[in-house]
Design a protein around this ligand. Structure first.
Ligand code: UN1
Length: 505
């Protein structure tokens, strides 16, 4: 693969390594001896340069007609499509996920380019009648300014695409701070947009540490909006800081998603869903299935089936096309997940029925692999029931009926994704109404959201905004309401209305 050795900054249309900046090594999580690339440890001053470039580009981009902006985004989507396999392989090397999932990550960005480009010919506002004669009322979406986008390592191309394509089509300019675990993916994503002909300064990329670049971003006076996908802890900190500096903020934080399996479910299908939801991407998705809530009548059968099937999953490096489950992204995530496994093992009542250890032997010794792990008989008091683990660990809980299943699912500080397996339409629809989550799947796993639908969650998961879909435009625009009075005289709203009614005009 001919990927560049340096994941650079992109500021004002120029690729650069800041003078004197130290290097962060991006390591292949499947093989600690492979350095995928080096990226600069940028300073707050480097971020300043990027924000200045974005601020300078804003007046021109804001005035560029949205259908013309769309042409560039569409081209970026085509470029990503041409490079899909190569970038998919890069994602496999840098983030660890299987190459098919890496290509899916790029596909999500391509889909998003298509969606956002379509919005360039819509960006609809409303027209409404006025309460006064010879007067009209209408609304326009307007861009906000410079947007700071802080993006994670688990979808290192798709999530920058969710955020930046909607921001850009609305006329904002952006500065992206990609995760320091996946700088090359950030580089490749921005390169596609640069190659598509985005004017200098409209998109900027600053590599480095969250504690320096991210921190400077959330405090920066010229940044109008922060959109971040990250842990709930980080989200709270960012929200507090943005509150102080009056920024708009969109948070996409944690999840503790559950799949319910009712006694009438197609159990094979429910097992397929649980395995893909819990162990796909090694459980490192905000939408991952972390809890499996099973009706008592099928509990033992379900446990037996899922443990047997989990044992067949093939662990290995993402670049190997036969791999089902890749490594954890880095040592610190690996340690965090192993700690949760330790906590689970210490629970007297929980039963470890599969995994629970570092996967080793041969090539696995070179990376951060954890055996797909399943705890049975978990109850609602346990930490492994309540806290986001972000790894290949599934907790199974036994319940007596649908009401208890949904109550158990809702007993949670998060509310991103959820799922119910049942053949009974009445049960399914009752659950759809009662479940407290931003996303509900019926007879499908908790992962696999599509870009034209709103993405986000309730409770600790977010702050009320949604990404993607048409509503994803909302955070990136302000509404301007316009009244046009062509009566040629002063007309007073709320006051002259009575007179008009009385005169019959
Ligand atoms: C995430 O994990 O933050 O629905 C995003 C899914 C993917 C996106 C996940 N399309 O699982």
């Amino acid at each position: 693969m001919s990927s560049p050795q340096k994941a650079l900054n992109y500021i004002g249309g120029e690729w650069s390594w800041p003078d004197g900046a130290g290097a962060i090594k991006s390591i292949n999580p499947a093989d600690a001896s492979e350095v995928v690339c080096e990226t600069p440890e940028s300073s707050a001053e480097e971020l300043d340069r990027a924000v200045d470039a974005a601020a300078k580009a804003f007046s021109g981009w804001r005035r560029t007609p949205p259908p013309a902006r769309a042409v560039i985004l569409q081209r970026a989507g085509q470029i990503l499509a041409e490079r899909k396999q190569r970038i998919g392989e890069l994602i496999a090397r840098e983030a660890g996920k299987p190459v098919a999932e890496g290509c899916g990550d790029v596909q999500e960005a391509i889909d998003m380019a298509e969606l956002a480009a379509g919005e360039g010919r819509r960006l609809y506002g409303d027209t409404a009648p006025s309460e006064l004669p010879n007067k009209m009322c209408l609304t326009f979406r307007e861009p906000i300014g410079v947007c700071g986008l802080i993006t994670p390592w688990n979808f290192p191309v798709a999530i920058p695409a969710w955020k930046s394509f909607h921001a850009l089509i609305c006329g904002n300019t952006v500065v992206i701070k990609p995760a320091s675990d996946t700088p090359m993916c950030g580089h490749e994503f921005v390169r596609a947009l640069a190659d598509a002909g985005l004017p200098p300064g409209v998109i900027n990329l600053v590599q480095g540490r969250g504690s320096v670049v991210g921190e400077a971003m959330i405090k920066h006076p010229k940044i109008a909006l922060i959109s971040i996908t990250g842990s709930t802890e980080t989200g709270k900190h960012v929200a507090a800081e943005c509150g102080r500096t009056g920024k708009r903020i969109s948070l996409e934080c944690g999840g503790k998603n559950a799949e319910i399996v009712m006694d009438d479910a197609d159990l094979e299908l429910a097992v397929d869903g649980a395995l893909w939801g819990a162990f796909g991407t090694s459980g490192q998705r905000c939408t991952a299935t972390s809890r499996l809530i099973v009706h008592e009548a099928v509990y033992d059968k379900m446990l037996e089936k899922i443990a047997k099937r989990a044992a067949k999953l093939r662990l290995g490096p993402g670049v190997d096309p036969t791999t089902d489950v890749g490594p954890l992204v880095n040592e610190s995530q690996f340690k965090k997940v192993m700690e949760y496994i330790r906590v689970g093992k210490e629970e007297d009542k929980a039963r470890l029925i599969r995994g629970g250890f570092r996967a080793s032997g041969g090539r696995l010794d070179r990376g951060w692999f954890i055996e797909p792990t399943i705890f049975a008989d978990v109850d609602r008091t346990m930490r492994i029931f309540k806290e986001e683990i972000f790894g290949p660990v599934l907790s199974v809980i036994k319940v007596g009926d649908l009401e208890e299943a949904v109550e158990t699912l809702n007993d949670c500080n998060y509310g991103l994704s959820s799922s119910i397996y049942t053949r009974d339409i009445n049960k399914a629809l009752w659950a759809v109404r009662e479940i407290e989550a931003g996303i509900v799947y019926v007879n499908g796993p908790t992962i696999g959201a599509e870009v034209h639908m709103p993405f986000g969650g309730v409770k600790g998961t977010g702050n009320g905004h949604r990404e993607a879909g048409k509503v994803g435009l909302d955070i990136f625009t302000e509404w301007k309401t316009v009244y046009i009075d062509y009566s040629g005289k002063l007309q007073r709203a709320q006051i002259d209305t009575d007179e008009i009614l009385a005169s019959g005009n």
